[in-house]
Design a protein around this ligand. Structure first.
Ligand SMILES: O=C[C@H](O)[C@H](O)[C@H](O)COP(=O)(O)O
Length: 223
């Protein structure tokens, strides 16, 4: 199977997984990226079974609207029954690296609100130790150099992501060469740096369920 076929398989499995949890009042949290895009497309097929969605990016909001799915502001919703999103890396504890598409901050906010966070990923995202994928850090533009120096002190090699402004008007530093043996500690330490909005580690709030696409089918992993 191609990587796209694996992504489609997990996206479809996510819709099958969440459908029994939905009713006419349900609002679904929707992530960002190529896997999330497949999820949005399958979600559109059951759009009569829920109220609408909250999106973690402008791009996902546009895709949802194009399918005729109502998109709500997070502040106007009381609860999200689920949040479904992809990842750049996942470890066996379902701690994640996210933000390859620069949507990490809104993704972390929507994930924090959701009752259940379902991560969907093709098998290439599975690792024993996080950090092979450069860790995205969203930074207030004027703090970029300061934050970069502090990230070097934590053992990483930060690289400014060219031509990338987040939906929040900020910039991204991608931190290379960090073996993240304690993801909770690292997530917390990076978020203490003044000027950091947030970083792409989802360890303090890992996924609850991982649907991972393998050659022989979709495997369900629980934390
Ligand atoms: O900022 C982007 C998100 O964190 C994505 O969920 C992540 O980059 C995975 O994207 P994809 O499904 O395209 O591999």
């Amino acid at each position: 199977m191609t990587q796209d076929e694996l992504k489609k398989a997990v996206a479809k499995a996510a819709v099958d997984y969440i459908q029994p949890k939905l009713d006419n009042d349900s609002i679904v949290g929707v992530g960002t990226g190529s896997t999330a895009n497949f999820f949005i497309d399958y979600l559109a097929e059951i759009k009569g079974s829920f109220d609408g969605a909250v999106a973690s990016s402008e791009a996902s909001a546009e895709r949802l609207k194009a399918h005729g799915i109502p998109v709500y502001d997070l502040n106007s919703t009381d609860a999200l029954v689920v949040y479904v999103d992809g990842a750049d890396e996942t470890n066996p504890a379902l701690e994640l690296i996210k933000g390859g598409g620069a949507a990490l901050t809104r993704e972390k906010i929507v994930a924090a609100v959701a009752e259940e966070f379902i991560c969907i990923a093709d098998g290439s995202k599975w690792v024993e130790t996080l950090g092979n994928f450069p860790l995205p850090v969203e930074v207030i533009p004027m703090a970029r150099s300061h934050v970069a120096r502090e990230l070097v002190k934590l053992g990483g090699d930060p690289v400014y992501r060219e031509n990338c402004i987040t939906d929040n008007g900020n910039v991204i530093l991608d931190v290379h060469n960090m073996a993240i043996t304690n993801p909770v500690e690292m997530e917390t330490a990076i978020n203490q740096i003044v000027g950091v909005v947030t970083n792409g580690l989802f360890a303090c709030r890992p996924a609850d369920v991982l649907l991972i696409g393998r050659e022989d089918g979709v495997e369900t992993v629980r934390a």
